[in-house]
Design a protein around this ligand. Structure first.
Ligand SMILES: Nc1ncnc2c1ncn2[C@@H]1O[C@H](COP(=O)(O)OP(=O)(O)O)[C@@H](O)[C@H]1O
Ligand SMILES: [Mg+2]
Length: 405
């Protein structure tokens, strides 16, 4: 599909948001001169959306229901042409892909978008393209499941193909545990995959893609694997990897090849890797979105680049047939730390180092973003502050099995 709008007529971008997300995208799209349409759920109408940047809004009980969403968008389009549809939340990615296919709009459609949403699809494709992935199998055929469990030593993870935030991931220590779980799941089994558990540090790369090339990418390492924090509680920490080190460069190189092999045309991506005992990086998962957990502010603090805003700018440029130039990465270091707090509105006034560039304002959460030109300074603050966070705020909550609504 090619983009045909090369004049400067106002272009209309319709954004789907099943959750309150992407306000920076809406504002930046408006600033770039677009007409901005928001489609969200009725129950989110009171959220602080940037109304000044939104030309039209309509509400649905839920956005993923077919054919309701097609009927609703088609009804809107009778009066106002739409040039592009963008998912602001991960749950909207496949709905948007289906809408783009139906209305013949540019950018990635259903089969490519699946590589950025369905954990089985991304694995199959990455493996086919020659990338290292943890051993895995679909949950379709029982002979194949038996063969997998005979071949790959436990523990394994049984993982929903389309959830996020480590939700619903279950550790399986032996085959009996798996068969019992599959009985429980019944008809839902095929929406899961089973994979080898790889013990090791977890990394994420956040990127901007333009005309099939990664034009910006930055690598971070989680202090603890996200699954440990999600299941056992603790302070969630991630920070910029040493930029000049060989390992960082190797990770970025593999990432850049992978994103293109998965077929991304343009937009943003958040991709995770795990390092195995053999010292190699294994591809864990990817998403066509800005990472959650304040990764927007984290990446902005180290690079000066706002992923949401750049995404809006490049989509607008593409629709107008113009060039897009990513701003220069300022090359600093940043870290985010965030935890569930015992207090409703924790008091962080005791944290006053000049490296604090952002304070997370979220009920029952304590969170900070730190930035410095020096990697060691960020590491040192993270060490000090993690201990203080544990004493001052840290609460432990049970893991969620499905997304909060
Ligand atoms: N194969 C694996 N081996 C070890 N840990 C894993 C594996 N797959 C996932 N994890 C852990 O679970 C977390 C969540 O899994 P992931 O596939 O990233 O799903 P999501 O983040 O969408 O919930 C990862 O960040 C990692 O800590
Ligand atoms: Mg993940």
């Amino acid at each position: 599909m090619t983009d045909q709008n090369s004049t400067d007529r106002p272009v209309t971008i319709l954004c789907l948001a099943s959750y309150f997300k992407g306000t920076t995208f809406l504002t930046a799209a408006k600033q770039a001169g677009c007409r901005v349409v928001l489609v969200t759920r009725e129950k989110l109408h009171n959220e602080p959306w940037p109304w000044d940047s939104i030309d039209d809004v309509f509400y649905m009980p839920q956005l993923a229901k077919q054919p309701d969403i097609i009927y609703a968008v088609a009804y809107f389009m009778r009066g106002k042409a739409v040039d592009q549809i963008i998912p602001l939340d991960d749950y909207d990615v496949l709905t948007v892909a289906a809408l783009r296919e139906h209305f013949r709009l540019p950018n990635m459609g259903e089969s490519v978008m699946r590589h950025f949403r369905d954990k089985l699809a991304m694995r199959v494709k990455a493996r086919q393209e020659g990338f290292r992935v943890p051993e895995f199998t679909a949950v379709f055929n029982y002979d194949q499941l038996r063969e997998f469990m005979d071949r790959v030593p436990p523990p394994w993870l049984l993982k929903p193909r389309a959830e996020a935030g480590a939700m619903g991931i279950k550790r399986m220590d032996h085959s009996e545990m798996l068969w019992r779980k599959l009985d429980e799941l019944g008809d839902l089994q095929s929406y899961f995959l089973l994979e080898q558990y790889v013990a090791g540090p977890v990394y994420h790369v956040d990127a901007i893609v333009w005309r099939g090339k990664v034009v910006f990418a930055t690598a971070h390492q989680y202090l603890q694997p996200p699954i440990d924090v999600a299941h056992d509680g603790g302070v969630f920490v991630t920070r910029t990897m040493p930029r000049k080190e060989k390992e960082t460069k190797a990770l970025l190189k593999m990432h850049n090849q992978l994103i293109l092999a998965l077929g991304m045309e343009r937009g943003v991506a958040h991709t995770e890797f795990i390092k195995g005992a053999d010292g190699e990086f294994y591809f864990l998962e990817t998403a066509a979105r800005v990472g959650g957990a304040n990764i927007e502010q984290l990446v902005e603090a180290s690079s000066g680049i706002n992923l949401w805003a750049e995404w809006a700018k490049l989509e607008t440029a593409a629709l107008r047939g113009q060039e897009y130039q990513v701003p220069e990465d300022k090359g600093a270091y940043a870290g985010v730390m965030i935890c569930l707090a015992r207090q409703e509105w924790p008091d962080l006034s005791g944290y006053q180092d000049p490296e604090i560039v952002y304070r997370v304002h979220k009920q029952q959460h304590a969170g900070l973003i730190l930035a410095s030109p020096q990697q060691e300074r960020v590491e040192q603050l993270i060490r000090d502050y993690s201990q203080r966070f544990a004493q001052d705020f840290l609460a432990v909550a049970p893991p969620l099995d499905t997304a909060p609504t």
